[in-house]
Design a protein around this ligand. Structure first.
Ligand code: BGC
Length: 450
């Protein structure tokens, strides 16, 4: 019976974080400002006026945090590099002290038997580049390639997996369409330009990673499967729009060389004519695709939602997380199957999966009890296994997140960690979900049967 949940040999068991969410000390050792440094200082944008100035203080506690990973039994760790630590102006002058932080981290991970998976961009654009137009400036593809080359040249011999961008959809949707993420623009006209330049930067970044000797390079996207709320024509059309906007927007150009037709409908007159040659750059072969999965959406037509005209229907029969995201593990199996069917049987990693629940702000015992998160992980790890049995080439799983951290516009008010963090003292305490995950790793999945 326990063999039911055996994962493939060499399967990576990881946890993930990102630079701005955990590091703190954003300007230390000559780093430049990034757009989240600025955005978090804009009144009203972050719950509680929180910033990433201290976060988990990981910049100064990295060695101890690697010990936490070792205690978990991780075989891989996914983290991001802060572009403005390495290139304070975003391009040109390299800051050796910034690069040295990641160089040390990689060595510490390897010494603990943990394989580093490095994301080059997890939303913290150097402010100096935002001043030049940020993701709206076509030159950004070249800026990103230059940055990628510096980092990859320094670390290539020791890094297992490279990612160009984390969730470009969020960068464009939050940063340029709705203005709820840095740099806080709200424009129907800017959003498609930002998306397109993110994709061009991804393509140029792939070329730069390979030229600098990086192996195993790919892209990480967030996918949220869409299920039509009814078979009425307008719900079906809304579901197709939602699916194109969230799930095919980035993958179609990367794998198929064109945008989904529905995007024209979504953006109307704001949808530009893109130079056809751009798609040659965008369509670089990937070694793997990373998928971040949290929830699904049961989708309906909703004319009041600007500009998409689709909404989601609540499913009261299922639990919801503190993000108000429905817990629905089967959609993870479905989405891994959908990617495999639509884009081919490429190597896949679940690069993020996890849940925010209302853990206590202060830990009072040796372990923080988080039964809802344990259930979430159990359900989703089983769902990942079902996808493998159905034929997906899934090679690893990264829990989001190693630590409670700065949850973007929610500040510290949402906790996703396997380790509880008391932000007043920086004390880390394992949650029951950390213990649970350790047992899954130790048994290579067999304990999921219990
Ligand atoms: C992001 C993380 C974020 C998580 C939970 C993902 O979209 O990559 O940075 O913390 O979701 O919201």
């Amino acid at each position: 019976m326990s063999d039911t949940y055996r994962f493939p040999d060499g399967f990576l068991w990881g946890a993930a974080t990102s630079a701005y969410q955990i590091e703190g000390s954003p300007l230390a050792d000559g780093a430049g400002q990034n757009i989240w440094h600025r955005f978090s200082r804009t009144p009203g944008m972050i719950t509680g006026g929180d910033t990433g100035d201290v976060a988990c203080d990981h910049y100064r506690r990295a060695a101890g945090d690697v010990e936490l990973m070792r205690a978990l039994g991780l075989t891989a760790y996914r983290f991001s590099v802060a572009w403005a630590r390495v290139l304070p102006e975003g391009r040109g002058r390299v800051n050796p002290a910034g690069l040295a932080f990641y160089d040390r981290l990689v060595d510490q991970l390897l010494a603990a038997g943990i394989r580093p998976a490095v994301t080059l961009y997890h939303w913290d654009l150097p402010a100096a580049l935002d001043d030049r137009g940020g993701w709206l400036n076509r030159d950004i593809a070249g800026w990103f390639a230059e940055y990628a080359e510096v980092v990859v040249r320094a670390l290539a011999d020791r890094v297992a997996l490279w990612t160009t961008l984390n969730e470009p959809w969020v960068s464009a949707d939050g940063g340029y369409l709705y203005g709820v993420h840095a740099p806080g623009h709200k424009s129907l006209f800017e959003a498609p330009l930002a998306s397109h330049n993110l994709l061009r930067a991804h393509g140029a970044g792939m070329q730069a990673i390979r030229a600098a000797g990086g192996r195993q390079a790919g892209l990480v996207v967030n996918l949220e499967p869409k299920y039509a709320a009814s078979d009425r024509a307008e719900d079906l059309a809304a579901t197709a729009r939602a699916e194109a906007y969230m799930n095919r927007y980035y993958l179609d150009p990367v794998f198929l060389g064109s945008y989904p037709d529905e995007l024209r409908e979504v953006f109307g007159e704001a949808w530009p004519a893109f130079p056809p040659a751009d798609f040659d750059l965008i369509r670089q072969p990937l070694d793997y695709l990373g998928i971040n999965y949290y929830t699904r959406s049961v989708t309906c037509h909703d004319p009041t939602v600007w500009p998409m005209r689709f909404g989601r229907v609540r499913q009261p029969q299922h639990p919801y997380t503190e993000m108000d995201w429905e817990v629905y593990p089967q959609a993870l199996t479905d989405v891994l199957g959908w990617v495999t069917a639509r884009y081919g049987r490429i190597p896949l990693y679940i690069t993020e999966n996890g849940a925010a629940f209302a853990d206590a702000p202060t830990a009072t015992g040796p372990v923080v009890d988080d039964p809802l998160r344990v259930d979430y992980y159990r359900g989703h790890l089983r769902a990942a296994h079902r996808a493998i049995q159905a034929g997906a080439d899934l090679r690893g799983y990264f829990a989001w997140s190693l630590l409670d951290n700065f949850e973007w516009s929610c500040g510290y008010a949402r906790r996703f960690g396997l380790y509880h963090v008391d932000f007043a003292t920086q004390r880390r305490t394992p949650k029951a979900s950390a213990r649970y995950y350790t047992e899954v790793i130790r048994t290579h999945g067999a304990s999921l049967a219990g």
